[in-house]
Write a protein that binds this ligand. Sequence first.
Ligand code: G3I
Length: 362
Amino acid sequence: MSSVRTPIFAAALVGLSSVSSVPPAAAQTPELSSTLREAASRHGILIGSAVRLEPLLEDPLYLEILSREFDTVTPEVELKWEHVHPSPFRYDFDRADAVIRIALENGLTVHGHTLVWHQQNPDWLTTFPFSRKQLIAILRNHISAVVGRYRGRVALWDVVNEPVQAPETEDDSLGDSVWLRRIGPEYIELAFRYAHEADPDARLIYNHVGFGQALSAPSLAIVEGLLRRGVPIHGVGFQVHVELDGDPPLEKVEEFSELMQQFASLGVEIYITEMDVALREPVTPRKLHDQADTYEAILKSCLEQPACKGFQTWGFTDRYTWITEQRAGWTAPLLFDVSYHPKAAYFALRDRLLVQPVPESR
Ligand code: G3I
């Protein structure tokens, strides 16, 4: 897929993990010593990764590479209801405070994740039979407390995460959740309005579940409706969790480009919020090459879409990834291996950022 490959990339391709953990000195021209962060700045897009607290605190190389290669971080779990709001009258911000403090101390932009989701909710929220009015008040208080606490420090928020799910039946395009059951579809609009109330300067994002046409129609209709009603929504995020089983899904990338344009034509910003490309075990040089091509194709489609403002992976090292923890038989989804050596995917992204022309419209 890509014509630009540095010699070091060739070494990564054959799975040699002897390359240093620091991007190599320029192979042919000075800019090839660039980091992802430096290369992404050419295009004016955010380049980010999900992060976890323990390695931030305990693993110096984790923070060193993160702050060198990325400009934006998303706490992978620390801002979810179960973690920050463990009981009805108690918030626990310690872990989120720590992640955000370290991020800001290291010059990183923080992308908050997530204010409303159907997963990782505490039992008190999902089991007690709250009335609609009570749950709306709980939602408003939570968003006010969380977004208000980080006002001016969290620049972007995934306000609602995956509101559209694979339909269980023909007519239920909105995924089942305590929010939908108890409040109704209006919970989405309310969440955006409460988030804007708490921090008028934050970029508010609707985080869609996938990146293909499937399930996109309901999200398109929801976003159109929010915009029509003047709801403060700034962007749509696309999770790009790929399980690579065979050739790179380049036809899906074409579909994604069309999908980005459909949302961009509504006037919203586009964010790739959670990309990872899981490989079926065992890892081979061929699979690493196809992984690199997949990452590069998605990034290229973002760079070609003027509304695309961010490219974020869901973690950056295979040492810490939900894939090996929760997806049996799948592995090695990220840009650096478990020893923090850059993989072919890292070089494919960096080289794409360096060679892709920057359109006037950016
Ligand atoms: O912190 C506890 C630990 O104390 C306990 O020993 C351990 C075993 O039970 O669980 C730990 O919590 C886990 C948490 O990740 C932290 O590692 C939860 O069980 C586990 O469910 C949670 O999984 C996260 C998942 O969201 C649910 O929050 C994944 O790490 C995270 O990558 C994943 O991210 C989601 C995005 O939010 C939305 N898009 C899809 C993406 C992947 O599923």
